[in-house]
Design a protein around this ligand. Structure first.
Ligand code: MEV
Length: 426
């Protein structure tokens, strides 16, 4: 099959030629061309970052202010397309900040990688167990740099999987500030020939696990009802708090609700991951797997009431990196880390945990009091105005008119634009 749009050698063409093909055929409006054209520096970076690049997809970057974490103020950079995410994070941070903010902790940045072996008999498995020192010695040069930086090998485990009868050689590696995928995959591949020859088996694959169950971060807050009260939209604070606890019990009972509850938590965490060019998919996969560890989907957050105080906590794997990969390559990601005070990976994970908890608290407070659509639709109205063709100050003006009418449709936005232009032209 041939496709005249994208020549067979598309990925091998010079980046400027690929961009031309993309831009000439698919960027049809002036807006599209202006926004998608990242300039020469961006083109060069995109070409380094991915195969067959044609440009950058610009995602809005915003800052959620007002976070107090472990006694210090933070402004969190979030890259996200959803209008309410940054607003909700900042709103929750402000409320929780009035009660002292978040307390956070994080586990060591441990990542597991595996050599999975087939056709290993019981004696081969035993030989592998007995060869731990040789395996460690083989790994030492590969992990020397990491070991110098305080990380390195923390353990080797051998076990047989019941269903496939594969033997797993598990390496447990402290990757310090890296996400760690490259180093731990290299470590597993380095051991493959030795593991095969010692066990008499054949490797099926060598790969890390993104589960990282020890690389978790925790955040918590204590919110006295007196601080919560002004934000409860007609409810008594104790009733709002009770309903937040009940909403979390609902997520723990009904997986249909848990998916959305946890999605809201990841709204913030994934946006921070993107702003710092972390691996959003790995972080999402680990969080959702962790929330399902009992065999049933559960909330990543929990809430209790202690006297006159609502207490919120989160505990979630967060394999955030501050070096390596795209993190210290992308200039905007570097600037975002600078904004955070150049944290190490554990500190960044702690900030992400506080953010996830804030996001969840904001969503639950809105859901159990007045509902979320009022706020969402007000934010959405400016987008409708933009889609209707409004630009500049017209966009906000039309958004305000839609909010006054409480009508959030594209047709209404077009009517308002026509009326506004009529007003302006007159
Ligand atoms: C929307 O992106 C996130 C929420 O649906 C989360 C939730 O329902 O908890 C508001």
């Amino acid at each position: 099959m041939s496709d005249s749009t994208f020549p067979a050698n598309f990925r091998k063409l010079d980046v400027t030629v690929r961009q031309q093909i993309w831009q000439q055929q698919y960027l049809v409006t002036d807006d599209e061309r202006a926004i998608a054209h990242g300039g020469i520096a961006a083109a060069e970076l995109a070409d380094l970052m991915v195969e067959a690049s044609v440009g950058f997809l610009a995602v809005p970057l915003g800052i959620a202010s007002g976070f107090w974490v472990d006694g210090c103020p933070y402004h969190l950079p979030l890259a996200v397309e959803e209008p309410s995410v940054i607003a909700a994070a900042g709103y929750a941070a402000t409320i929780i900040g009035k009660a002292g903010g978040f307390i956070t902790t994080a586990g060591e940045p441990l990542v597991q990688s595996f050599v999975y072996l087939e056709s290993v008999d019981a004696s081969g498995e035993q030989r592998l167990v007995a060869a731990r020192d040789r395996l460690e010695a083989e790994l030492a040069p590969v992990l020397a740099g990491l070991t110098r930086r305080g990380g390195g090998l923390r353990g080797i485990r051998v076990y047989r999987l019941a269903e496939t009868a594969l033997v797993a050689l598990e390496l447990n590696i402290d990757v310090r500030n890296a996400m760690g995928a490259n180093i731990v995959n290299t470590a597993a591949e380095t051991l493959k020939p030795m593991a095969e020859s010692i066990s008499g088996g054949r490797a099926l694959m060598c790969i890390l696990s993104n589960a990282t169950p020890e690389r978790r971060a925790q955040a918590s807050f204590n919110l006295p009802f007196s601080v919560l009260q002004p934000y409860c939209r007609g409810l008594k604070a104790e009733d709002a708090a009770r309903r937040i606890v009940l909403a979390t019990a609902l997520a723990n009972e009904d997986p249909a609700r848990a998916v959305t509850h946890n999605k809201g938590i990841m709204n913030g965490i994934a946006s921070l991951a993107l702003a710092t060019m972390n691996d959003t998919r790995a972080i999402e996969a680990a969080a959702h797997a962790w929330s399902c560890r009992s065999g049933k989907l559960h909330s990543l957050t929990s809430y209790t009431i202690d006297g006159n105080t609502l207490c919120g906590t989160i505990d979630v794997p967060l394999a955030f990196a501050t070096v390596g990969g795209s993190v210290d390559l992308h200039p905007v990601a570097r600037a975002c880390l600078r904004l955070l005070g150049d944290p190490d990976s554990m500190k960044l994970a702690r900030l992400a945990a506080a953010l996830g908890l804030a996001q969840n608290f904001a969503a639950l407070l809105a859901l159990v009091s007045g509902g979320i659509q009022g706020g969402h639709m007000r934010l959405h109205s400016a987008r409708l105005a933009y889609k209707a063709g409004a630009r500049g100050q017209h966009t906000r003006q039309i958004a305000e008119r839609l909010a006054l009418r409480n009508t959030y449709t594209l047709d209404a936005a077009k009517e308002e634009l026509a009326a506004l232009k009529g007003d302006t032209d007159a």
